[in-house]
Design a protein around this ligand. Structure first.
Ligand code: NAP
Length: 302
């Protein structure tokens, strides 16, 4: 089947695009490789999405998916491995399962993936002490001591969530003030089992096959902290490599498209956190999704 619009990525940007495109009467397929809802499914609590005083990230993700499907969007859980644009303008997307899909327009809404610290054995210890998602993995560390590294909203929220189940939470940040919201910092300051380790960087991961502790450099001095888990929450990086031939990428790898979400390839649009922008929020991802979908509809009408 030739879809009007293929959407790669089932986060807030992709699912909002699907809802808008369906409401404009277009056939739509959304392809997501992990979990519909995207990064937001890792947030225990979202309190800054309009219309929701407080909602868990998984619930918000579920609702975005339900809304898109209710409008008639089709969805596939699969990993896209290649994208090609034919001479006739048809976009062909091949997936890891062997499935191949075709669309007249394509919206890339692949978000961003967690950034790593880049220290020895970090990759080897993923799943054995090194984690990127407190919502997903926090329960494994109940009653244990853990560390969170980062100073943005993700790190602050992770630390709050972990402090509810873990014995002790060390919040390690490379500066003496946080980039994340003051309200979250104040909530953490009230938790007796949270220790701020500021002006500090994680330099070494201790233990064999499983993490047993970390070495931290703080104000020029070394310190060992025994922990069973290290939650790395130092932001995200785009994963746009697959689309480098279709859209210009900036030095950091973000799609260099403007607010109109168009790329250099006719009929290919980009939305959400994978696009170069100054504010990466749920609201701006959803906004991009609607802009990209309407731009794709205009392209199909032309
Ligand atoms: P972020 O805001 O970019 O924060 C990343 C943090 O990691 C910064 O404090 C940064 O330090 C630190 N960092 C970066 N590279 C590092 C390195 N190599 N070593 C040590 N520390 C490093 O990322 P985020 O917390 O993932 O949030 C991403 C976006 O999603 C933000 O706009 C955030 O507000 C939003 N968000 C929203 C919610 C919600 O509830 N709505 C929840 C989570 C996230 P510096 O400050 O020194 O640069």
């Amino acid at each position: 089947m030739l879809y009007d619009i293929l959407i790669i990525g089932g986060g807030p940007a992709g699912l909002t695009a699907a809802t808008y495109a369906r409401r404009a009467g277009r056939s739509v397929l959304v392809i997501e490789k992990n979990a519909f809802g995207g990064q937001i499914t890792w947030s225990p609590k979202v309190e800054n999405f309009p219309g929701f005083v407080s909602v868990s990230g998984t619930e918000l993700g579920d609702r975005l998916l339900e809304q898109a499907m209710e409008q008639g969007a089709e969805v596939e859980l699969d990993e896209v491995v290649s994208v090609a644009v034919g001479a006739d303008g048809v976009k062909t997307v091949a997936c890891d399962s062997g499935a191949v899909f075709e669309g007249r327009a394509l919206i890339v809404a692949v978000g961003a993936k967690p950034r790593m610290l880049g220290i020895d054995r970090e990759e080897a210890l993923v799943g054995n002490g090194v984690c990127f998602c407190a919502v997903c993995d926090g329960a494994f560390y109940a009653g244990k001591d853990v560390a969170v590294n980062g100073g943005g909203n993700s790190a602050l929220q992770d630390a709050l969530l972990l402090s509810e189940k873990c014995r002790k939470v060390y919040l390690i940040h490379r500066r003496d003030s946080f980039r994340g919201e003051q309200k979250l910092v104040e909530a953490l300051q009230k938790r007796p089992n949270v220790e701020f380790v500021l002006n500090a960087s994680v330099t070494e991961l201790l233990g064999g096959d499983e993490l047993t502790g970390i070495k931290v450099e703080q104000n020029g001095a070394g310190r060992e902290i025994p922990v069973a888990g290290l939650f790395v929450a130092i932001g995200h990086a785009p994963d746009n490599g697959l689309f480098a031939g279709l859209m210009a990428l900036d030095r950091a790898g973000y799609a260099d498209a403007g607010e109109d979400c168009t790329t250099k390839t006719p009929g290919v649009f980009v939305a959400g956190d994978c696009r170069a922008k100054s504010v990466r929020q749920l609201t701006t991802a959803a906004a991009d999704g609607s802009v990209a979908a309407l731009a794709a509809c205009r392209y199909l009408d032309a």
